[in-house]
Design a protein around this ligand. Structure first.
Ligand code: NDP
Length: 282
């Protein structure tokens, strides 16, 4: 069997067009959704992510404000900037690009963002709301994965969903969203014994570890839907995921590529969250 490729680039384009329509509707009420993207330091990958997010905003008609600061910025100065953005009526969403320099406490910084402008969905209130089944903002990457599963008509009620990777930004919120959709969820981490025994049970397998090729074809149940969140730079300099694509596509029923899978969906869902914030805040 050769797996169907789930085209995240095409689906994200469709979502961005829907966002543009919602932006146009809001314009009629005198509101232009605004996103502030705050970048501290010179991490090259973060710079690329921020550039892509700002470009996507502009393309969809949102207002975007990029604030870039040197790594030497103090935590107190950053907290002060966030306070200003919290009170700025032209800004509906605030995103602080992670990772922050080591002298900053990222939890403290995220908690400083007004929960109703926390379009990344990382604020502790938003994590709690998601956990208790009343989400305000769903974190963009797992939200994008849910949209892909929905677009592919993947049945989730009663399905075995296995997630490899349990971070606060991907694995844990992914588990909450799949659980809310009725799946039976297994969440694996680096201490999981016999990872293959877990992944082989999965009807839906989501992999988000940052370890290139950690899941191979023989760890996948035939016909499973495989979502590869990982973004790694291979020895050849090319981007690759956490799933060994060549062997996995011979076993899976459907699979996301890297690049062109989850990555573009994450950005699209950031735009969705920002528009939702603007619709709520006005
Ligand atoms: P983190 O490093 O924060 O978390 C990694 C998770 O994977 C941890 O829970 C860790 O376990 C687990 N893990 C590590 N090694 C293994 C292993 N051998 N077996 C099982 N579990 C393991 O990473 P993120 O969640 O931030 O990111 C994961 C990947 O997804 C990265 O490649 C990142 O670049 C990518 N990413 C992609 C996005 C996109 O838009 N496509 C968005 C965000 C991230 P433990 O808890 O025990 O340490």
């Amino acid at each position: 069997m050769t797996a169907r490729i789930i085209d995240g680039a095409a689906l994200s384009q469709k979502i961005r067009e829907e966002v543009a329509q919602r932006v146009a509707k809001l314009a009629g009420t005198g509101v232009r959704p605004g996103l502030a993207v705050v970048l501290v330091g010179e991490d090259p990958a973060s710079q690329v992510y921020v550039r892509n997010k700002v470009a996507a905003c502009e393309k969809a008609g949102l207002y975007s404000k990029k604030e870039q600061y040197p790594a030497s910025m103090s935590e107190a100065e950053l907290l002060q900037r966030i306070e200003v953005l919290n009170g700025d009526p032209t800004i509906h969403g605030i995103l602080v690009q992670l990772p922050l320099p080591p002298h900053m406490d990222s939890h403290k910084v995220i908690e400083a963002i007004a929960a109703d402008k926390d379009v990344d969905g990382f604020h502790i209130s938003n994590a709690g709301l998601l956990m208790t089944g009343q989400p305000l903002f769903r974190p963009c990457t797992p939200y994008g994965v849910m949209k892909m599963l929905e677009a592919e008509n993947v049945p989730l009620r009663g399905a075995e969903a296995v997630i490899v990777g349990a971070s606060n930004i991907v694995g844990k919120p992914m588990a909450m969203l799949l659980l809310a959709a009725g799946a039976t969820v297994t969440l694996c981490n680096s201490k999981t014994r016999d990872l293959g025994a877990q992944t082989r049970r999965a009807d839906v397998l989501v992999v988000a570890t940052g370890k290139a090729g950690i899941v191979k074809g023989d760890m996948i149940k035939p016909g499973a839907v495989v979502i590869d969140v990982g973004i790694n730079r291979g020895a050849d300099g090319k981007l690759c995921g956490d799933v060994d694509f060549a062997s996995a596509r011979e076993v899976a029923g459907a699979i996301t590529p890297v690049p062109g899978g989850v990555g573009p969906m994450t950005i699209a869902m950031l735009l969705v969250n920002t528009v939702e914030a603007a619709e709520r805040l006005g």
